[in-house]
Design a protein around this ligand. Structure first.
Ligand code: SF4
Ligand code: SF4
Length: 401
């Protein structure tokens, strides 16, 4: 039997137990083990449509990486293969394929239509939300809709804020709620630099690494004017911003800057937990009527940074709220950045498995800190009259200040 190298898959199967796609399909070729097997044997230079399809059927959720017995990073290998695919197929083949699929997805088209043209026109050309919603590229890059500097305050801010595309352009209430909470704890609204852009997650996941790098550099520059901690209110953006040192690892000019930027990042629920610990007298107000709340763990927080305790800790302090959990622990919602566009049926299937379990815990409210999960869960619950409310954690907390 051939010896297994340190960077080779041992075929142990630990990843199949946690892979949402494998659980939904039962197909070995769609597990991390199956895809790695394919990558070891087939050069992306000889890629076929079927190969691209298998590569696009991964959520890049990171569950396999967290349990891999060989310490492998399968999602990083799949992203690299997607990038290779882009090069060999003449650029953006995966993104084009995804956009084509998006345009034939009636649920997505209904969602886009419901957002309204003026709102969609406000999305900058580089926004990953354009990719996530299957929108065409826009010509103009607009500045963030949130004010850059705090108004009517004399003391300088003690926090900077990266709202991300969704909280900046489509659901400003998230950005405003985050600012209110930051202000409540620090005394001043955070600074939101004008030149910041999309985090680049959608571009990188689609194999367009050069755009992801350009956006990373733009964001590093945007926040370079101060050394304040950088608050983030979207789990997906946070996980991508943390990746900048890795993304720019081969660029000597940017390496140290990327690391300094990443060291300043402060995830929303971690910030609130730390602020509450620093001020033991602080209390969020009671819920007017007792309610049950379900917190959905975004994969982007659960796996790369293992931030699962802070949101629960915060919710448990709120009088009138009781927290429910799924019997088998947290589960992926199936959104996965571009995944829900590339694989709408599979994404729906994975979401259905989650929501069936969530409904059994009969929550009044579902909350999370990821814009992608939020949209996807809202769509999944539809307009059922008895559906639980779905709210970003920042909005929920800001109402209880
Ligand atoms: S990243 Fe997630 S979806 Fe992709 S192979 Fe790993 S566990 Fe499965
Ligand atoms: S857990 Fe790691 S080593 Fe085991 S089958 Fe999956 S990818 Fe291969």
């Amino acid at each position: 039997m051939a010896e297994i190298g340190p960077l080779q898959c041992a075929k142990c199967g630990a990843c199949t137990v946690v892979c949402p796609v494998f659980q939904a399909t039962g197909r070995e070729s769609l597990s991390a083990r199956g895809r790695l097997h394919l990558l070891e044997r087939l050069d992306p230079a000889q890629a076929s449509d079927a190969y691209a399809e298998i590569l696009s059927q991964c959520l890049l959720c990171g569950a396999c990486r967290a349990v891999c017995s060989r310490g492998l990073d399968p999602p990083a290998r799949f992203i690299a293969a997607r990038q290779q695919l882009e090069k060999t197929a003449g650029g953006q083949v995966l993104l084009r394929a995804i956009t084509r699929k998006a345009l034939s997805n009636p649920t997505l088209l209904t969602t886009i239509a419901s957002l309204g043209r003026p709102l969609l026109d406000r999305l900058p050309a580089d926004s990953g939300l354009r990719l996530r919603l299957g929108l065409p590229q826009a010509r103009n890059i607009l500045t963030p809709a949130l004010p850059e500097t705090p108004k009517g305050k004399s003391a300088p801010p003690t926090l900077a804020y990266f709202p991300g595309c969704y909280a900046t352009h489509l659901h400003r209430k998230i950005g405003e709620a985050t600012e209110r909470i930051a202000t409540a704890f620090t005394g001043n609204p955070p600074l939101s630099p004008k030149q910041q852009s999309c985090c680049g997650l959608a571009a990188e996941n689609g194999g367009d690494t050069s755009t992801a790098k350009r956006l990373a550099k733009q964001n590093i520059n945007a926040f370079a004017g101060n050394s304040l901690p950088i608050l983030t209110s979207c789990a997906s953006c946070y996980s991508q911003l943390r990746r900048y040192p890795e993304l720019l690892a081969n660029d000597p000019k940017w390496q140290a800057k990327a690391q300094a930027f990443a060291d300043r990042l402060l995830e929303f629920s971690t910030f609130v937990t730390q602020a509450m610990e620093a001020d033991p007298a602080f209390r969020f107000a009671s819920q007017p009527t007792p309610r049950t709340v379900f917190y959905h763990d975004p994969c982007h927080l659960r796996f790369p940074s293992q931030i699962t305790t802070p949101p629960r800790k915060i919710l448990r302090t709120i009088p009138g709220l009781s927290l429910t959990e799924l019997p088998n622990g947290p589960q992926c919602c199936g959104q996965g950045g571009l995944f829900h566009l590339a694989q709408p049926e599979l994404a729906k299937n994975i979401r259905g498995r989650l929501l069936n379990q969530v409904k059994q815990t009969t929550p009044d409210l579902v909350t999370t800190t990821c814009s992608g999960c939020l949209i996807h869960i809202q769509q999944g619950l539809g307009d059922e009259p008895a559906r639980p409310e779905v709210r970003h954690l920042a909005i929920l907390l800001a109402e209880l200040l």
